[in-house]
Design a protein around this ligand. Structure first.
Ligand code: IVH
Length: 669
């Protein structure tokens, strides 16, 4: 391949990775791999200047502006950082800085490189007025409503703040919150987030800020605009701390001010070893020249300041051997290959398996049976195979060939055009698909058929009595009685549970159907938006995407689901069985207060305290116990505590009296 061919190839590949990372939130390569490809391209472009292209991935900071949020132009571009993985390049950075500032003492500030999403916060007169993502560096998305829910971001500054302040920092998700979210998603059969960064980024793009509030996001500032108000980076952090931010100065070891590069190197080494002990993910450390006057003299390139550099930690990797490839069949029939490895110790845990995702990944790696492979663990849950050590491959090794037939029911697999995943098309006959769907259907968050349970399901499937959820409603007494240990009492229990399930609200019926990507929240939003199965089934792509929380991926899955004749028949049968297919509105209910949260306090004239809370819920609002910045209104009756009132005022939360509340619910939305 000639250098120019390689340049073209690398550009296409990096554009695709950028899109996956920034726009789709589903990266398929690790940061390390991405950075190495980018560096290769940078080097080739430097040697072949005639190949210059302003649209090359090397010419941009990264990212694309996504839809749905208003686009905002940054007051000053959000720059990226030069980065390196090597101590030699780091030394070259120190040399450049020190040579440009001869005869001067240079101090370096070392910080952790938080692995999250960069955000610019703007404060006017001490109030948070706007939060914008980095986007492409020039323009980003206005995500103010979502950012307001992050507890460590002050909504009001304290003390002696400037009239306008812009603060840049990283929104990230601590490991504990990340794990809780994924557990919840697993329980709901939703795709898991690959790592805390994707989860943070996905959370910031949610349409419903009350959902964002539950995610447990955190924030660390790393740069403030307005350098004339301080002499050093460290001083700017002190100021941020005084104004109410949580800054790394408050945590011993998270920041070091170094008089010499040797100390800076010690900081890097320490955290490269101890990164596992942190409660959040970092992907390196950042070294910054401390004095603002020196930063100014060093200046910036088009993309990044010359006074700072990111030192990135190498992903943790280990060598292992591929023992075999196993295949899992999901409830949607999707086939997932999983590599079974010789157990190996990696970052404190024993690794035995690595996800392979699909056939393309196996082919790209050119996996052969018995291959020696490198496994890498980033922030991901399951480690992955990054390379095959070809020199260790035996002469007669055979390539891993993807299955042709379903490992469970032997039906030939299909792969639809444009899709990476193989599916078992035997929707009604493949045991793990049948029981997977049934177990989802009877779950507590779905139809809540607690009298039945997964063992009974397995028995019913095994006996061939049940193939799909609707069959449960059509079993005869004799069929129930044919199950071992099913006497009158258990039959009566099962029947009454099935009877009760006919009153389960439509939103949960919709969730119980098990449409891909349609979890509890999305089902609820869709049910409320369309009001009935009929209306939802009529919706086209444009209509679907217009609804809250529904993006391209969900819209596609919903359309596909309703195009499947088997699913249409199943919906028909469930309707016949008597399940709820429309939203039943309570008398007097409305959506006037949808998306709002309330704190009720004091004594009222026209309502008891409980009645006013019920009225809030009836109109779609939510009650919470204590005042926080996330609360939309405090409804204050006679004798509301003065401290609550003061708190509401301090947080800028509006206080309504009874009459104002009545006027609010009278406004139909
Ligand atoms: S300083 C002009 N400091 O890394 C100042 N960035 O690769 C530029 N990041 O966009 C940024 N931790 O999202 C800085 N302590 C830290 C950081 C940090 C994480 C991120 C940030 C930036 C990216 C550059």
């Amino acid at each position: 391949m000639t250098p120019s061919e390689r340049i073209v190839q690398l550009r296409a590949e990096l554009h695709a990775h950028n899109r996956k990372y920034y726009t789709e939130d589903t990266p398929t390569v690790s940061d390390t791999e991405f950075d190495f490809l980018l560096k290769e391209l940078e080097a080739l472009e430097a040697d072949n200047p005639e190949m210059f292209d302003p649209n090359s991935p090397t010419q941009r900071v990264g990212g694309e502006v996504t839809k749905r949020f208003a686009s905002v132009t940054h007051s000053a571009p959000m720059q990226s950082l030069a980065n390196t993985y090597s101590h030699e390049e780091l030394d070259a950075f120190f040399d450049r800085v020190e040579e440009a500032l001869p005869q001067e003492l240079v101090q370096y500030v070392c910080e952790l490189k938080y692995d999250g999403v960069a955000v610019n916060l703007r404060y006017d007169a001490g109030k948070l007025t706007q939060a914008v993502t980095r986007g492409d560096g020039t323009q980003g998305d206005d995500i103010t409503v979502n950012v307001r829910t992050i507890a460590t971001i002050p909504l009001l500054l304290r003390g002696d703040f400037p009239p306008v302040l812009e603060v840049r920092g990283e929104v990230f998700l601590p490991f504990a919150s990340f794990e809780a979210i994924n557990e919840d998603r697993a329980a709901q059969d939703l795709d898991l987030f690959m790592n805390p960064r994707n989860a943070a980024s996905g959370s910031l793009k949610l349409q419903d800020s009350s959902e964002v509030a539950k995610r447990g996001l955190d924030f660390m500032p790393y740069f403030a605009l307005g350098a004339s108000a301080w002499n050093s980076h460290r001083e700017s952090l002190e100021k941020l701390k005084a104004w109410g931010f949580k800054v790394p100065l408050q945590r011993t070891g998270f920041l070091a001010v170094c008089d010499h590069r040797v100390e800076a190197r010690a900081f890097l080494t320490r955290w490269e070893i101890e990164r596992d002990t942190l409660p959040f993910a970092i992907d390196g450390a950042v070294i910054k020249v401390n004095w603002v006057a020196q930063q100014r003299r060093l200046g910036s390139t088009a993309k990044a300041p010359r006074w700072a550099i990111a030192y990135k930690f190498k992903a943790l990797a280990a060598e292992s051997v591929l023992e075999k490839v196993m295949y899992q069949v999901g409830r949607t029939g999707a086939i997932t290959p999983v590599a079974q490895l010789t157990p190996v110790l990696l970052a404190g845990t024993v690794v035995k398996r690595a996800s392979l995702h699909n056939q393309d990944i196996i082919q790209k790696l050119d996996l052969h049976e018995g291959d020696t492979v490198m496994v890498e663990k980033g922030g991901e849950i399951i480690p992955k195979i990054t390379t095959v050590l070809l020199e260790k491959r035996g002469a007669h090794a055979v390539p891993v060939l993807f299955l042709l037939n379903c490992p469970e029911c032997q039906t030939p697999l299909v792969r639809k055009e444009g899709e990476a995943q193989h599916y078992c098309p035997n929707v009604l006959g493949c045991p793990p698909q049948i029981s997977g769907r049934l177990i989802h259907f009877i779950g507590r968050r779905a139809m809540d058929l607690d009298g039945l349970g997964s063992e009974t399901m397995a028995l019913l499937v095994e006996k061939g009595l049940v193939h799909r959820p609707s069959d449960l409603y059509n079993l005869s007494m004799d069929e129930w009685a044919s199950l071992p240990n099913f006497k009158e009492k258990s039959i009566a229990n099962a029947l009454s549970a099935l009877q009760r399930s006919k009153t389960v609200p439509f939103e949960r019926v919709l969730f119980a159907l098990g449409i891909r990507h349609v979890g509890e929240t999305v089902a609820k939003k869709m049910a409320r938006h369309w009001g009935s199965m009929e209306a939802l089934m009529q919706a086209d792509r444009t209509a679907l995407i217009e609804a809250d929380e529904v993006g391209e991926v969900i819209a596609e899955a919903v359309l596909r689901f309703f195009q499947d004749p088997l699913q249409l028949e199943e919906i028909h049968r469930l309707r016949q069985a008597g399940l709820q297919m429309t939203v039943v509105r309570q008398e007097g209910a409305s959506r006037t207060l949808e998306g709002m949260t309330f704190v009720v306090s004091g004594v009222f004239v026209g309502y008891s305290r409980d009645a006013i809370k019920e009225s809030i819920e009836l109109h779609g609002g939510r009650n919470v116990g204590s005042v926080s910045a996330k609360v939309s209104y405090v409804v204050a009756g006679e004798g509301m505590g003065p401290s609550k009132k003061a708190k509401a005022e301090a947080m800028g939360v509006k206080v309504l009296n009874e009459e104002e509340f009545n006027r609010l619910i009278a406004m139909e939305r």
